[in-house]
Write a new protein. Structure first.
Length: 392
């Protein structure tokens, strides 16, 4: 069985106005690079055994801003992960990078350490939009970061873009996509802005007299943006992800297909399928993670795992884990592999979700092929709605 490892780095220089990730603002000099790496390695040491029978296919450094982490510490953690879990010959190692944080030479050091894919948080190539979002970097720095990663790193590049900004027009969004594609990434992630009720960006937009983008406009941006990206060589393969098949994100593909993943670091989540159930756990946030002891399992058995004290652990029973599998798969253009689903859950998805799936097929929101059940091009625009219908 294939395995992904996710390593969370929870520090950022400043909080963006829309962020709801587990991250805290910290001065660069105050980041405990080595102490945090030590904590991650302690956790790896205790928890790797439960995942050791798997084949490690992907390591993903996410955040927060992992490009703030001293490259030598990233290298140390990566080497330990490889040593503990073994690794496929062509292991994919991704690191999320903020364009405002790449010191000269950093990409070369990271490449040397084994990072072969970089996910750059460009978010916009418009200076006013970047200021509104509260990003620490300019559009010029984003372009420079792409050039630097190419020059120094020789890594595969993914670029993130946010759309549906307050006051944004459809033409502006399409222009942004054109500019982003012109930078020549291998992969694009385009996300519709979603704001928590207390996100500072709400107040900032109000003060600037910018109205939130209406839902219909955001839907239009999704449809027109998808066409624009496909024409530029980036076909959609998941709700927010665009790339030719060989350049798809392996880490995300593992998660969507229901493979196990081990999450290390503050607030990181893990998932281990146990038969037809899923064992899910979430580490405590930074304040309680750094010095947290690790408890070893009291008894033997699959569900007995070492955990960081303060983690939440939940055994998701079969009916909910079946739904989780369908929910994730129906966010991807490939949908659910019927044979793989049946091998795990003992019956075809149609046996478990016949009424809603036949109804969705009649409405041309999903296709029921012999080997796969997948959303149609229209259906994937309503991925959340499809999931709710399965739940009902
Ligand atoms: S850089 Fe990313 S994780 Fe950090 S505050 Fe901004 S959106 Fe959040």
């Amino acid at each position: 069985v294939q395995l992904g490892v996710y390593i969370h780095f929870p520090f950022c220089l400043r909080r963006c106005g829309y962020c709801d990730f587990a991250s805290c603002a910290s001065e660069a000099a105050a980041i405990p690079h080595t102490r945090y790496a030590d904590a991650v390695l302690r956790e790896l040491d205790a928890r790797a055994t439960a995942f050791a029978a798997h084949e490690l296919r992907s390591v993903y450094f996410g955040g927060g801003t992992p490009s703030l982490w001293a490259p030598a510490e990233v290298a140390r953690v990566l080497a330990a992960v490889r040593a503990s879990l073994g690794a496929a010959a062509e292991l994919e190692v991704t690191l999320e990078a903020n364009p405002g944080t790449l010191a000269a030479g950093a990409c070369a050091v990271l490449r040397e350490a084994g990072v072969n894919r970089m996910s750059l948080g460009v978010q916009s190539l418009d200076e006013a939009a970047l200021r509104l979002l509260g990003r620490i970097h300019s559009a010029k720095q984003a372009r420079a970061a792409v050039a630097q990663a190419r020059r120094e790193g020789g890594v595969r590049l993914s670029c993130d873009l946010i759309f549906g900004l307050p006051g944004q027009s459809l033409a502006h969004h399409l222009g942004q996509l054109d500019e982003l594609c012109a930078l020549g990434p291998e992969h694009v992630s385009a996300y519709a802005l979603s704001l928590a009720a207390d996100a500072p960006l709400r107040e900032r937009s109000r003060a600037a007299g910018l109205a939130p983008a209406p839902e219909e406009l955001v839907a239009e941006m999704m449809v027109a943006g998808r066409e624009r990206l496909a024409r530029a060589g980036f076909p959609q393969y998941e709700v927010s992800s665009y790339a030719p098949r060989p350049a798809r994100s392996r880490h995300n593909a593992l998660v969507w297909a229901g493979h196990p993943y081990l999450g290390l670091g503050a607030s990181a989540h893990s998932m281990l399928p146990l038969g037809r159930a899923n064992l899910r756990s979430a580490n405590p946030p930074l304040a309680r993670y750094l010095d947290a002891p690790i408890v070893l399992p009291e008894a033997d058995g699959d569900a007995a795992q070492a955990t960081v004290v303060g983690s939440s652990v939940e055994l998701v029973a079969e009916p909910s884990s079946r739904f989780e599998q369908m929910f994730l798969a129906l966010r991807t253009v490939d949908g659910v592999d019927r044979a793989a689903y049946a091998a795990r859950f003992g019956a075809d998805p149609l046996a478990h979700f016949r009424d809603p799936l036949e109804e969705l097929a009649a409405q041309e929101l999903v296709t029921l092929d012999a080997d796969r059940i997948a959303p149609t091009a229209r259906g994937i625009l309503y991925a959340d709605e499809l999931a709710l219908r399965l739940l009902a």
